[in-house]
Design a protein around this ligand. Structure first.
Ligand SMILES: N[C@@H](CCC(=O)N[C@@H](CS)C(=O)NCC(=O)O)C(=O)O
Length: 276
């Protein structure tokens, strides 16, 4: 019995849905946790995931948390095409990417998404509801500073301290992808792997927020080509798009478009020169 706790716009949940789909693994029950309405703070879910974050996988009653760990677990436990290179050097390259995602790209994405879009969505909870939402975030959540950062970003938007560095870090990681893709068709070399699965949701997040100018139009051509190959995979639609409700898809697009000039300016002022 396989159960997945997930959410439509969660990059980490999309990563796990992508890995499951690439392995052709059937999930018996999908539990939708609306993290923009505060359902992650429900005591029953906190018993599964004390950080109040999605995704969580429950396999025959045993909980597996942390999306990177879940993807490794899925790859090890289920038959189907291997998503990890056998060659130790290629494997080390794959693990570097999953580390970059966990340590840098994911925290940057949480901040970028909140400053551009999610702060507007959760403000619909009203003053009291929003205060409770911010208060309910555990001290150790997305990161150990997320509770404070989320409040700062919701209150201050693009004036929140450090937000420019966050956006530049995101851009630098895209450039690192461009360099890696000069060495092979996929991020860890010649074979598609958990590295591509780990990074794809973060490029898709920018795409859904109408920020493809970060790579398109000749800026990062290998990233553009890589993402078009990711999008062409039969699993892409079900893993990335179908679970995102229409209203949320529209919000990501609308608020993303509104935020793009600010993001583009931040990138341009350190010499990044985004297109569009
Ligand atoms: N390191 C965790 C991070 C999970 C995470 O940050 N999940 C986000 C969605 S992508 C979340 O649930 N956020 C809830 C919140 O911000 O309150 C993992 O990889 O599973």
């Amino acid at each position: 019995m396989l159960e997945l706790y997930h959410h439509g716009s969660s990059v980490c949940a999309a990563k796990v849905r992508f890995a499951l789909a690439q392995k052709n693994v059937h999930v018996d029950t999908l539990h939708y946790v609306d993290i923009l309405k505060g359902e992650q703070f429900d005591p029953a879910f906190l018993r599964i995931n004390p950080k109040a974050v999605v995704p969580s996988l429950v396999h025959d009653g045993r909980v597996v948390n942390e999306s990177t760990v879940i993807c490794e677990y899925v790859n090890d436990v289920f038959p189907g095409p291997s998503l990890a290179p056998k060659d130790p050097y290629a494997r080390s390259k794959m693990l570097i990417w999953t580390k970059i995602v966990d340590e840098q790209l994911h925290p940057a994405c949480a901040e970028l998404t909140f400053v551009c879009c999610h702060r507007h969505i959760i403000s619909r909870l009203g003053d009291e509801g929003l205060e409770q939402f911010l208060d309910n975030t555990p001290a150790d959540s997305v990161t150990t500073t997320w509770k404070r950062r989320k409040r700062e970003i919701v209150r201050m938007g693009f004036d929140a301290p450090g937000i420019k560095d966050t956006i530049r870090l995101y851009d630098k990681i895209l450039k690192r992808m461009e360099a890696a893709l000069a060495e092979g068709a996929w991020l860890a070399g010649d074979a598609f792997s958990l590295a591509d699965i780990a990074v794809a949701p973060y490029v898709n997040r920018l795409d859904m927020m109408s920020m493809a100018g970060m790579w398109a139009g000749g800026r990062l051509p290998r990233v553009e080509d890589w993402f078009s190959r990711i999008k062409a995979l039969p699993s892409f639609k079900s893993a990335f798009l179908d679970w995102c409700p229409e209203e949320l898809t529209n919000d990501l697009k609308r608020y993303g478009e509104r935020s793009w000039p600010a993001v583009r300016d931040i990138i341009s002022t350190y010499g990044g020169d985004a297109n569009g």
